[in-house]
Design a protein around this ligand. Sequence first.
Ligand code: GSH
Length: 241
Amino acid sequence: MALELYLDLFSQPCRSVFIFAKKNNIPFEFKKISLLEGEQYGEDFGKINMLRKAPAIRDGDFTLAESIAILQYMAQKFSTPDHWYPADLQKRARVNEYLAWQHSAMRPHGSKMFWLKLMIPKVLGKEAPKEKMDGAMEDLEASLNTFLEKFLQDRPFIAGENISLADLVAIVEIMQPVGVGMDVFSGRPKLAAWRDRVRTAIGEELFDEAHQGIIRAPELVKSMDASKLEVFKAWIVKRFL
Ligand SMILES: N[C@@H](CCC(=O)N[C@@H](CS)C(=O)NCC(=O)O)C(=O)O
């Protein structure tokens, strides 16, 4: 039986799981879970992931949450090419180092721009306060600088000569603010060159397929019925304002 992948490609960790499975020809069934429509709170999804977050997977009677755990599970189960999650102790440690860091830096900082720039105006009907935007921008810039100085340095990819899970997890997060119109690559030629290498390694068609939703996010969100997004109001105020 094929893996069931529960995904919404608006979500960065879902894109990494989607790209990894497709790139490695892992047979799977795409189970769309629409986060903005609140499908993660439904009874059926609760049985797949009680954390009520996407991505999640089902492999027979085994279910798994958390994108990093899912990527590692797929890499091991399907014996994907070594470069994704190298067996070499220190190369793997380099990948793990980035995967551990990004949870509390690149991920929240990229994601925050998406909510402040796009979702807050839509849900609350007003722009996010300037000081919140400025603070979020500072955090994102700091994460991008750390990414370049500490994690990428002068290497083609985070763990060396080849793409790994670390680059995949990084690119999907860095593309989130791009989706709301921020050109994070402008003025950062090393970052832009790395993005091009990652896109080529993944395959341009697959990269673009995974990101087409987020690139069109402003247009898609604009056409959404704001009353359906009411459920996010309290959460946004608590988390971002
Ligand atoms: N640490 C988790 C994060 C998953 C996560 O935060 N998913 C978000 C989308 S990017 C989600 O499902 N949000 C729905 C919600 O919080 O209601 C992972 O890497 O899989």
